[in-house]
Design a protein around this ligand. Structure first.
Ligand code: ADP
Length: 585
């Protein structure tokens, strides 16, 4: 018996073949038992990860219970057959050549082992027919024990068994094919669910928790382990089990993970770690031993090891575990797990980028707010003194022109500083949700305040508001700023003789404000950008007017803070309509 596992046998296969496939195999096994005269007959299928999975057993109840659905490593059995007597389709290993532990690979009766005469069946003799498909691919075994006549099979009996072996190969092939198709459909469906969940999660942690459950269910694992790696490619933080509970891996296992995860990702290598199975390419024998020891300690029979990453970078690894009940992994499951790890990797990278961008945006906002704050006092001082200078009656002509220019420049600077403070002041504080503002009354007030300016510009400015209040959620001062900005722009970019109409109405769940003008309009290529900070259209008719390019950025920031929307429709030369929708309060 190989020494490296301390597991109680037998472990079990996870896949239940459909009943029709099993019935066909059962009939063949019964035929062998009946016609060739064996009391114990079994048929097993070779699984992709190196296990042999017993699918049907005909024989004594205790043998059936032990063997059905049990798993045993395939390779030692194939090695054992090297020394078998070759009977064509059948291989016979006499008991004196048997090196396998029969309790792991089969079942023995309690019949006496001593003084078995030549030609008689010894309880530890082994007779199997390796099953192959038409291309010579190994599929599994038909195995026979306990001949009813107590004899090693005669030539005639071997012929009968050869025919059954051929039938068994066909039935096993059909069974494996059906299982494979059913599995592909199941895995494709659950992979699609997982991708949808990963995309919809707000943070990397939430994503791992939500997907954790889905991955475990989809791949029929007992649990999902995730160990993240830091930028230095070493294990970072604890091991997350099923996206929740955090455990620390032993130092030896952490070191192995750190050393091999990146390489596994580069090779896109998914490995099965379980006793007696083919060795995964990335680990050496003693390293596999370390991992197996750890797994045995936590009661895991087999682990599917899958690196998670995106592009050239490995972000971590996931391990899907199975206990003794259902310990084998198919090729499709391994491939699906790697697909999922790639999707998770992409989603993790996106989260990482979003977090970095947010940090940059926050930093920029804080910096702009600080600079604007520092500028405010000196600009006020410059403006104040420029006003005094400009008003001095003793000033000469050229000095008066200079003072007026300083005043204009100072005023412009003060506007930019004020706008920047509003823009980045609004990023800082959390929105005072719960505020309620009658948008109709606010619009009427802004129109009234701008009436003098409108008439000086020769523009007809009107408000169309319903008699009953249209209440929007938001802060009074901020919404005032928003409406004033939109009306100010409409007046600014409309030539004398034009009209500006401000309308407020309830629109379903929303309060709607529109500011429509028949002014210069906005070119289609500028429209997507007018809400960006400092964006001003290249239209000379627009640049001729004073402005900072911050008004609409502020408007959008305010609207989004209250979970609303702002949009523009415009045609150059015909006018623009800005529409704001805010949730009703
Ligand atoms: P500005 O201070 O330049 O007006 P805004 O952010 O308020 O900055 O507007 C950005 C740009 O959008 C303006 O420079 C202008 O080109 C265009 N724009 C805004 N409102 C109107 C409008 N009502 N009609 C035409 N163009 C407009």
């Amino acid at each position: 018996m190989p020494e490296n596992h301390a597991f109680e046998r037998p472990i079990r296969g996870s896949r239940g073949s459909d009943s029709e496939s099993r019935a066909a195999l059962q009939a063949i096994a019964e035929g062998v038992a009946e016609i060739a005269g064996f009391d114990l007959v079994g048929i097993s299928a070779a699984r992709d990860d190196g296990y042999l999975h017993t699918l049907v057993v005909v024989g004594p109840e205790d043998a059936r219970r032990t063997l059905i659905d049990s798993l045993a490593p395939t390779q030692p059995l194939l090695d054992q057959l090297e020394v078998a007597e070759d009977w064509g389709a059948l291989k016979f290993v006499p008991h004196d050549r048997l090196v396998l532990d029969i309790d792991t690979w089969g079942w023995t009766s309690d019949a006496p082992r001593d003084n078995v005469p030549p030609g008689a069946w010894h309880p530890e003799d082994m007779l199997v027919a390796p099953l192959e498909d038409d291309d010579g691919r190994f599929l599994g075994f038909l195995g026979m024990e306990l001949p009813r006549d107590g004899l090693v099979p005669s030539a005639a009996k071997r012929e009968v068994l050869t025919i059954y072996a051929r039938q068994a190969a066909q039935a096993v092939r059909a069974t494996l094919e059906r299982e494979r198709l059913a599995e592909q459909v199941r895995l494709a469906n659950s992979a699609a669910d997982i991708v949808r969940m990963a995309a919809g999660s707000d943070s990397a942690d939430e994503m791992l928790i939500r997907c954790g459950r889905e991955v475990t269910k989809g791949l029929r694992a007992d649990s999902l382990w995730v160990q993240m790696l830091g930028s230095d490619r070493r294990c970072q933080g604890p091991l997350y089990v099923d996206g929740g509970e955090a455990v620390r891996l032993p130092a030896g296992v952490r070191a192995l993970l750190s050393a091999h995860a990146q390489r596994a990702w580069e090779r896109q290598c998914v490995a099965v770690l379980a006793p007696d199975r083919p060795m995964p390419g990335v680990l050496a024998a003693d390293q596999v031993e370390t991992v197996l020891e750890f797994l045995a300690g936590v009661g895991v029979e087999s682990l599917l090891f899958v690196p998670i990453g995106a592009g050239a970078d490995c972000f971590g690894v996931m391990g899907l575990t199975r206990g003794r009940h259902g310990a084998e992994w198919s090729e499709h499951e391994s491939a699906a797990a790697l697909d999922i790890a790639r999707d998770l990797g992409r989603a993790l990278r996106e989260h990482q980028l979003v977090r970095e961008l947010r940090e940059v945006a926050d930093y920029r906002g804080r910096m702009v707010a600080t600079v604007a704050h520092e500028l405010k006092n000196p600009v006020s001082a410059v403006l104040g003194y420029a006003e005094i200078l400009a008003g001095d009656p003793e000033l000469g002509d050229s000095a008066r022109t200079a003072a007026a220019a300083i005043l204009r420049g100072g005023e412009r600077l003060a506007r930019v500083v004020d706008d920047l403070l509003v823009l980045h002041g609004t990023t800082e504080a959390a929105p005072a949700l719960g505020g309620r503002v009658d948008l109709g009354a606010l619009a009427a007030e802004v129109v009234e305040l701008n009436a003098a300016m409108a008439s000086a510009a020769g523009v007809d400015l009107r408000a169309v508001v319903p008699a009953e209040p249209v209440v929007a959620q938001g802060d009074d001062g901020e919404l005032d700023h928003l409406v004033t900005n939109l009306v100010g722009n409409a007046l600014k970019y409309t030539d004398p003789g034009g009209t500006v109409v401000v309308t407020v109405a309830a629109a379903g769940e929303d309060a709607q404000l529109t500011v429509a003008d028949d002014g210069i309009g906005i070119a289609p290529e500028d429209q997507p950008h007018v809400f960006e900070e400092f964006y001003r259209s290249a239209d000379p008719a627009a640049t001729a007017k004073p402005g900072t390019g911050l008004g609409l950025a502020i408007a959008r920031r305010v609207v989004e803070r209250y979970h609303g929307r702002i949009e523009v429709e415009s045609e150059p030369g015909r006018g623009s309509t800005f529409r704001v929708l805010l949730p009703r309060g």
